[in-house]
Design a protein around this ligand. Structure first.
Ligand SMILES: [Zn+2]
Length: 251
């Protein structure tokens, strides 16, 4: 975020030769507000749940351009509340947002309902692919992570609240599975795979990775290791974001 410092360059757009070149009147610059002064505004911004969730889904991401767009979106929203907000203060708001505890978010709220089936899947994956390395989660549940109220993802690992949310669209009907529904059984497979993906984020977090939410080298290495163990075609840097759904046409 070091490119978010105020540049202090004054551009005169479309100045004509006959316009006087007297220096503009000095602008009364107020000192930049401190973090604690900006905190109440950051809280107001955080109250916009879809924005906050989108922000959280973006901060772990390695895509710098997407990250910059996200900071702009946060800044613009903050400015709609406080028009006096400067460019640099907007960047501070984004920083403060990333420090707001996620335990109060509605998604984490959904995590309060531990899903037994998902939990047993988690234990199986931990044993099978991580040698029981991962620490038990506080919660694991279905919640809306995609769609308008969500973060546009199939799942999400919340490091602060130690919770994994799997998108509700993968929520399967146990009764229908017993009745032999192929569609519901397929959802189990998809939920299992999304859970694997989130557990790699969990592993990166527990191993102290700098960007546990990202899909960089560390994530790729883990995804490739697990794919090989499963006897599947390992992901590439291009499709690892979708791993292990990269081979399945799930949308
Ligand atoms: Zn991911």
């Amino acid at each position: 975020m070091n490119d978010d410092k105020p540049k202090g360059v004054l551009r005169i757009v479309g100045s004509k030769p006959d316009v006087s070149h007297d220096p503009p009147p000095p602008i009364a610059r107020k000192p930049m507000r401190s973090n604690s002064e900006l905190e109440p505004l950051a809280k107001q911004v955080a109250a916009n749940v879809p924005l906050l969730n989108k922000f959280r889904a973006t901060i772990g991401c390695e895509d710098q351009a997407r990250m910059r767009d996200m900071i702009d979106e946060v800044r613009n929203y903050a400015r709609s509340i406080d028009p006096a907000l400067t460019h640099a203060e907007g960047a501070t708001i984004a920083l403060l947002l990333s420090n707001i505890d996620d335990s109060g978010s509605p998604l984490a709220e959904g995590c309060r309902k531990m899903n037994e089936r998902l939990e047993s899947m988690w234990r199986e994956i931990n044993r099978e692919f991580f040698g029981d390395e991962l620490k038990p989660l506080a919660e694991i549940a279905f919640a809306e992570t995609s769609g308008s109220g969500g973060i546009g993802a199939h799942g999400k690992f919340f490091d602060k609240s130690r919770c994994i949310a799997i998108d509700e669209k993968f929520k399967f009907d146990e009764e229908a599975i017993r009745g032999g529904s192929a569609e519901e059984t397929n959802k189990v497979e998809l939920a299992y795979r999304v859970l694997m993906h989130e557990m790699v984020h969990q592993a990166l977090f527990e191993r102290g990775a700098e960007k546990p939410g990202g899909h960089g080298e560390m994530f790729l290495a883990e995804a490739q290791r697990i794919s090989k163990q499963m006897g599947e075609e390992p992901p590439t840097p291009e499709n690892v974001v979708r791993w292990p759904l990269h081979l399945i046409g799930a949308s």
